[in-house]
Design a protein around this ligand. Structure first.
Ligand SMILES: Cc1cc2nc3c(=O)[nH]c(=O)nc-3n(C[C@H](O)[C@H](O)[C@H](O)COP(=O)(O)OP(=O)(O)OC[C@H]3O[C@@H](n4cnc5c(N)ncnc54)[C@H](O)[C@@H]3O)c2cc1C
Length: 490
């Protein structure tokens, strides 16, 4: 039986990101992935929002994505465009890039970090005890791990086998998404009608067309066929435009559900395994990748026994509300996309509202992920929010804050008197950086905030402690987020 500290079921975007985070922290992690290669069948995510680009930038890999995609204003609410170019971030835009490319880039990174991937095999079950989890894998393979993370998508076997409830709302509509060729020139663009949204688009150069069409009825079973697609097109457009030669056809619904708990003892869930919702707004992959970045360093510290297991409880506490909010906003967007006259009137009102500065910023902050605020208690507005990527001045050069996070290690950034901090009991785990910053401190949505004298930045880029002239609360914050001081045994 092979042993790893952590086994991840599923090597989609969430599983790959989590594997990278754990490997950076020096944890022995392996992925079990059902697909024999990283090829993505069917159309899925079409890009990245600002906060996800920032998170990748924190690890020094954003350029790999930016160089392959198209930078654009992609944020929107129910397809009402939201411009974020005035947001205070280096990445005040989104990126158009297909999921298949994103997964290829992530898999390349994970490969550089030497994470083993058991490809073409699936997790078929597991048993957990007080010290670990026995993971059963197809082809008779079995693995032993301290922790098992289900990143195995919306139909997650891990979630079901752990007996974790998945409450929410049943689907109200079913859609087909396909890449095909067509004999006739179709009606390009978006169409909304009583049953839902439909869209026909040219895909890159060449004869392949993108089709999104809502089906007349729910409840189709089995894999979607060319005939299903033709029937759905005829029902909406009166013709199927001579559709043929599909490269992919897949079906998705607006089912909206969330795992009641992200953890059952030594088994955790992340990504679509923990939450499913309609794709409107393009948020699923983003929150999956960001689940992974929230969980990775915590799980690493628990596995390395520098933090107690209770640190893992903060994963559910922080990430469950983020996805719950996405579920709500996708439900609201789905309702706004209906095309009866009452909804049209509501949509006009919403469009007007979102053309005003304050509402646009509020909603764009939510859709881009830049407004995430973990509840770390009362205090300075930075507490629990993303650390801005400031241009610092230090004796060793001018680093950006995100550069300091490339190794996924916490940073205590001292912006006051150099040498004013002594964190010897944590010095093996925390980078202490004396620096100067002369610019304005401005957060998306929140606006300008008072300059702090020091900040403790977690490996995921969120601020865990904000200091003024005295260092009150720093030891507690270090103990909570980095672990007890050296020499403490728990
Ligand atoms: C039509 C459509 C459009 C979308 N558009 C967007 C968008 O624009 N933006 C966005 O952010 N999101 C979008 N999404 C959502 C996005 O695709 C998902 O949220 C994302 O893929 C979730 O990643 P994941 O790694 O959590 O799960 P998945 O991508 O589902 O990956 C799960 C992996 O686990 C593997 N697996 C499953 N079971 C097992 C098992 N038992 N053992 C081993 N391996 C297993 C699977 O093969 C798969 O590789 C869209 C989704 C759809 C359907």
């Amino acid at each position: 039986m092979a042993e790893h500290a952590v086994v991840i079921a599923g090597g989609g975007p969430t599983g790959l990101m989590l594997a990278g985070e754990l490997a950076l922290a020096g944890v022995d992690v392996a992925i079990v992935e059902r697909r024999a290669s990283q090829d993505v069948s069917g159309s899925r995510a079409g890009g990245l929002h600002s906060r996800t680009i920032e998170v990748l930038d924190q690890r020094g890999i954003a350029d790999r994505f930016l160089s392959q995609g198209q930078v654009a204003q992609v944020a929107g609410f129910a397809w009402i465009r939201l411009d974020i170019s005035d947001f205070p971030t280096r990445h005040n835009y989104g990126l158009g890039l297909r999921q298949s490319h994103m997964e290829r880039i992530l898999a390349g990174w994970v490969d550089e970090l030497a994470v083993p991937i058991y490809r073409g095999r699936e997790v078929t079950g597991f048993e957990q005890d007080d010290t670990g989890v026995d993971v059963a894998v197809s082809d008779g393979l079995s693995l032993r791990a301290q922790y098992l993370v289900g990143c195995d998508g919306g139909r997650s076997l891990i979630r079901k086998a752990a007996g974790i409830d998945f409450p929410g709302w049943d689907p109200t509509a079913s859609s087909l998404i396909a890449q095909v060729e067509m004999d006739q020139e179709p009606e390009w663009g978006l169409r909304r009608d009583a049953i839902g949204v439909h869209a026909l688009s040219r895909l890159e150069d060449g004869p392949v067309r993108g089709v999104l069409v809502t089906e007349q009825h729910l409840g189709h079973t089995g894999e979607p066929t060319l005939r299903d697609l033709s029937e759905a097109l005829i029902a909406v457009y009166g013709t199927d435009y001579g559709v043929h030669s599909p490269t992919s056809i897949s079906r998705f619904t607006d089912m909206t559900r969330q795992a009641a708990s992200y953890r059952d003892r030594r088994v955790l869930l992340a990504g679509d395994a923990a939450h499913v919702h309609p794709p409107v707004g393009g948020q699923g992959l983003q929150i999956g990748v960001q689940d992974a970045v929230n969980l990775g360093w915590k799980l690493a510290q628990v596995v390395k026994e520098t933090s107690p297991e209770s640190l893992l409880d903060t994963y559910h506490a922080e990430r469950h509300p983020v996805a719950a909010r996405v579920l709500r906003n996708t439900m609201a967007q789905t309702a706004l996309l209906r095309s009866d006259e009452l909804t049209e009137a509501l949509r006009d009102t919403m469009s007007e509202l979102l053309s005003m500065d304050e509402p646009r910023k509020r909603v764009a902050g939510m859709m881009s992920g830049l407004d995430i605020h973990y509840d770390l208690g009362a205090g300075h507005p930075l507490l629990g929010r993303r650390m801005p990527d400031l241009d610092l001045v230090t004796t060793s050069g001018p680093p950006r804050v995100f550069t300091l996070l490339h190794d996924a290690r916490p940073v205590l950034l001292n912006l006051g008197e150099p040498g004013g901090f002594d964190i010897t009991p944590w010095s093996d785990r925390v980078q202490l950086i004396d620096a100067e910053y002369v610019g304005v401190w401005e957060l998306p949505v929140v606006g300008v905030v008072t300059a702090p004298a020091a900040v403790l930045i977690r490996p995921d880029g969120y601020v865990a402690w904000v200091g003024d002239r005295n260092q009150m609360g720093l030891q507690d914050a270090l103990t909570t987020w980095v672990g007890p001081p050296a020499a403490t045994v728990f």
